[in-house]
Design a protein around this ligand. Structure first.
Ligand SMILES: Cc1cc2nc3c(=O)[nH]c(=O)nc-3n(C[C@H](O)[C@H](O)[C@H](O)COP(=O)(O)O)c2cc1C
Length: 198
């Protein structure tokens, strides 16, 4: 399931470092949904708290290795991104650039969440991000969630004004958890049984 523990662990990456960003408000709902499951460990990754080098400029002082280890330990990952200039954020790309080669995302189920101020939502960001995640070997789950007109969905304090959108955002976490429980956990349990039988 993951290299360091037998429990389920989900890493959630915040794709905006803008002060007061709305991506974090959507991520808060995802995190809340995950916390409803006591057997699942949540690792909230906020790039604003990390020293992530630009590609090719890594140094011993950076957090790149630590980031790789956190993602490698995760059973599944949720990547969130704002829609910036018709694509996903440079923040989330910088995270991906720092996940090594082969990527710590390789072979992991990954669910995608996009947040946009505009009315067409974060469709372009999500499509671009899906392509890059697939390229590095992630198992990108169907059903990415795009939040349009995000400033109508949350107030500035982060309270939700739109229950339907809230359900869609929470559903993203539930989809990933369902996938992990049905598609990944049985394989791990089987492997443990085979080991015991040896
Ligand atoms: C650099 C930049 C580019 C943006 N480009 C777009 C865009 O192409 N389409 C859109 O709907 N919103 C765009 N926005 C608005 C964001 O979608 C909006 O700020 C939203 O709240 C998500 O970003 P946040 O998580 O940083 O708040 C842009 C914002 C910034 C700062």
């Amino acid at each position: 399931m993951n290299s360091q523990s037998d429990g389920i662990r989900i890493a959630v990456v915040i794709g905006s470092v803008r002060p007061g960003n709305y991506t974090s408000k959507a991520v808060a709902l995802v995190a809340d949904e995950i916390r409803k499951h006591p057997d699942i460990e949540l690792d909230l990754i906020d790039p604003a708290q990390l020293n992530l080098p630009l590609p090719g400029t890594d140094s011993a002082a950076s957090d790149a290795k630590g980031l790789q280890e956190r993602v490698a330990r995760a059973t599944g990952v949720i990547l969130s991104t704002p829609e910036y200039h018709g694509g996903y954020s440079s923040v989330i790309k910088l995270v991906i650039e720092n996940l090594g080669f082969p990527s710590a995302l390789a072979g992991k189920p990954v669910a995608l969440l996009g947040v946009a101020a505009g009315q067409i939502g974060a469709i372009k960001a999500l499509e671009n991000l899906r392509g890059v995640c697939s390229h590095v070997g992630a198992i990108v789950l169907p059903g990415p969630v795009s939040v349009a007109k995000v400033r109508d969905v949350f107030d500035e304090a982060g309270s939700v004004r739109d229950e339907r959108t809230e359900r869609r955002i929470r559903g993203l976490a539930m989809n990933l958890i369902d996938y992990i429980r049905t598609a990944i956990c049985p394989g791990v349990a089987l492997e443990a049984m085979v080991r015991e039988a040896d």
